[in-house]
Design a protein around this ligand. Structure first.
Ligand code: ADP
Length: 274
């Protein structure tokens, strides 16, 4: 039996031939911002969706790309059940809340697990970055899968990435992985815009702040690696409820104190790039 040749990415081929890999911007997009977390369940998709909506509110044209092939969240968080149209060449993003969206979850049954090998993931990411009709976007917010795997590599090596934000919770186990994430982006030459401390505290009925997952760890990690600490987002049940209902808090209640935090982040990103 002839041996199957392993599939090589463009970046790997370029590396082997000694050439500098070409990094393409995402078609139709000015700036690509990755939202990353080292661990699952820390609130990365919640942050990505609300940041995208906040950027729209401050006047930017925004796309949201769900790059979490194994665990897409955007269909649920944005309440999207339709399938994207295609002309056989390109996929049309689905527009919801004035945001152009794409997710593997639009193309598959929500409960079907994606059992794919690395090269298939790489190919899906390429389709989403090069074969979607993204139109006139100032920013595309990319919701990355957790960890440091194929998707991160494909993005960092083959696509022009303008910045990454790392979301973490304050627990020690999460922070360990954050350090790995910082090192990965540094190694791949992607600028880290900063770290977010999500679920940093809970305000009780008595008005006191309870730091149930520990205190100051994300900021300490940012300082240790000379990265910016972007700020804290407290635990708030409205965040969970609105996300589960398909209309994230920034869209459903833009005057909420939590929405104002996201709007501040959005203004900061807008003034950094535009
Ligand atoms: P990840 O993308 O990192 O896996 P998610 O964004 O899916 O994490 O969030 C995991 C769960 O935590 C969701 O149910 C979400 O609504 C909830 N969540 C995220 N951030 C907060 C927060 N600051 N306060 C309360 N719940 C939150």
């Amino acid at each position: 039996m002839p041996k199957e040749k392993p599939e090589l990415s463009d970046a790997m081929r370029a590396k082997m031939s000694g050439k500098t890999p070409v990094k393409n911007p995402i078609n139709g997009t000015r700036f690509t911002i990755a939202i990353s977390s080292a661990k699952g369940g820390v609130g990365k998709s919640t942050f990505a969706t609300n940041l995208a909506l906040a950027l729209k509110q401050v006047g930017c044209k925004v796309g949201l790309l769900d790059a979490d092939i194994y665990g897409p969240s955007i269909p649920k968080m944005f309440g999207i059940n339709e399938k994207p149209k295609s002309d056989g060449q390109k996929l049309e993003p689905i527009v919801k809340y004035d945001i152009q969206c794409m997710s593997i979850g639009f193309l598959t049954d929500q409960q079907t697990p994606m059992i794919w090998r690395g090269p298939m993931v790489t190919s899906a990411i390429k389709t989403f970055t090069q074969k979607v009709n993204w139109k006139d976007l100032d920013f595309i917010i990319v919701d990355m899968p957790p960890g440091t795997g194929d998707t991160q590599l494909t993005f960092s090596q083959e696509i022009k990435m303008d910045g990454a934000i790392i979301v973490s919770t304050p627990q020690e186990v999460a922070l360990l992985d954050v350090k790995r994430g910082i090192k990965m982006f540094d190694k791949l030459g992607v600028k880290i815009l900063g770290l977010i401390d999500n679920m940093s505290y809970f305000t009780g009925d008595d008005g006191k702040k309870y730091k149930i997952f520990g205190e100051g760890g994300v900021k300490k990690t940012a300082d240790e690696f000379k990265k910016e600490f972007l700020g804290e987002i407290p635990i708030n049940s409205e965040i969970g409820k609105t996300g589960d209902n398909g209309k994230p808090i920034v869209e459903s209640n833009p005057n909420h104190e939590i929405s104002k935090i996201y709007l501040e982040f959005a203004n900061k990103i807008k003034s950094t790039y535009l």
